[in-house]
Design a protein around this ligand. Structure first.
Ligand SMILES: [Zn+2]
Length: 393
């Protein structure tokens, strides 16, 4: 079994040793430095890694051997036709340790395995209704689904992360989720970890979807909105997730867009979720589910939702000075009417910038699930020493 990443909330990857770092820390830092070069889009030789990092050839070779032994890096066949000793290009090992992602939503559970190169190796999503059920039911479904994708992928699992539709504390506890009234102060990370025999980190689904967008080439400064039964946002500033003082930033679904509007699951009134959440759209359109809503595409309903999103997002853009807004979750299914309404509202209300790039996410509804699995891989790539030490032991 591989070394698990400690339990807790999903974290930003570590960034090497600080000032006064000892020899052990220097090696740890250099391992990460070498792995970052190998993780680029093209295979690289040891010589190229040495040239790019400023490390000696001998140091690079020793670090590469350690990374190969831990299953993180693999050597391709030597290039022919070169003079002297042929260079064997290096790349991340797609058969190496992988990340397990789990998502427990209001009415679905998903699990996926992402390998070191970022490729999805197995993924499954099933309907599972948790609104009125005790957490144990949802956790059991998640456990079973996770076991299925792990078996299907056939890779060693380095760690896991679970995406949740609510406020997640730094200790991996789901503090509350307005649409899951029975899930209050549930240690989802630990509970799932015990069931799976792995360390499981927990994160907010909108945050993980925003990271997935960023990691797939999305804008480094953006508000990423995930639409579903709840509406959440992940705020990315300077290429990093902005979490707020307590890790709870991004509750855009409970930003008020109509002070005297309908009651909301949070106890307030007129929140964005009551105007642009999935259930509000179904109610307003008289359709039973997302597929029927997409088929009917009632322009008045979708335009109203887009205007409400635009009002809330204009506030966010004026406050944060972000140049881009990415609409994910169910919103890409809602089409141009919704998108145009968001754009018009932002154009009319944003005073902090001349223009805002508003686009649909290309990742689809599984962005948070992918983000959860990829977060594990990113943490491993950013600090491979945890893994190589375990491989040596
Ligand atoms: Zn609310």
């Amino acid at each position: 079994m591989n070394a698990p990443i400690p339990s807790g909330a999903v974290r930003e990857p570590l960034r090497g040793g600080g000032p006064g770092a000892g020899q052990h820390t220097v090696r740890r830092h250099n391992l990460a430095l070498v792995l970052r070069e190998v993780a680029g889009p093209e295979p690289v030789s040891r010589a190229a890694v040495a040239a790019r990092t400023g490390l000696t050839r001998g140091t690079v070779s020793s670090l590469v051997e350690e990374l190969i032994a831990a299953g993180l890096v693999t050597e391709l066949a030597a290039a022919r036709g070169t003079t002297g000793r042929p260079a064997s290009p290096l790349r991340l090992d797609p058969t190496g340790p992988a990340g397990l992602g789990v998502e427990i939503g209001v009415d679905a559970v998903g699990a996926c395995v992402v390998d070191l190169t970022g490729a999805v190796r197995a993924q499954r999503v099933v309907h599972s209704h948790h609104r009125d059920d005790v957490p144990a039911t949802g956790l059991a479904t998640a456990e079973a689904l996770a076991a299925e994708v792990v078996a299907e992928a056939g890779l060693a699992i380095a760690g896991a992360a679970v995406a949740l539709p609510g406020v997640v504390g730094a200790d991996g506890v789901l503090v509350r989720a307005p649409n899951l009234p029975r899930w209050v102060d549930v240690a989802v990370g630990d509970e799932l970890g015990n069931r799976l025999g792995l360390a499981v980190q927990a994160g907010n689904e909108a945050d993980l979807a925003a990271l997935a967008e960023l990691w797939s080439g999305g804008p480094p400064n953006a508000v990423h909105v995930s639409g579903g039964i709840g509406v959440g946002a992940g705020i990315v500033l300077g290429g990093r997730l902005f979490r707020g003082a307590g890790g709870r930033a991004g509750e855009i679904g409970h930003v008020v867009v109509a002070p005297d509007g309908p009651p909301c699951s949070c106890g307030g009134r007129g929140c964005l979720e009551t105007a642009a959440g999935l259930e509000a759209l179904l109610r307003a359109s008289g359709t039973p589910d997302l597929e029927s809503l997409v088929t009917a595409s009632p322009p008045d309903v979708l335009a109203a939702a887009g205007r409400a999103l635009g009002v809330a997002l204009a506030g966010a853009v004026n406050l944060l000075d972000v140049p881009a807004v990415v609409l994910g979750g169910i919103y890409p299914r809602c089409g141009a009417v919704l998108l145009d309404a968001v754009r018009a509202e932002l154009a009319a209300r944003v005073v902090s910038r001349p223009a805002v790039d508003v686009r649909f996410s290309a990742l689809g509804p599984d962005a948070a699930l992918r983000g959860a699995a990829t977060a594990v891989v990113h943490e491993l790539l950013a600090d491979p020493a945890i893994h190589t030490a375990a491989a040596r032991a």
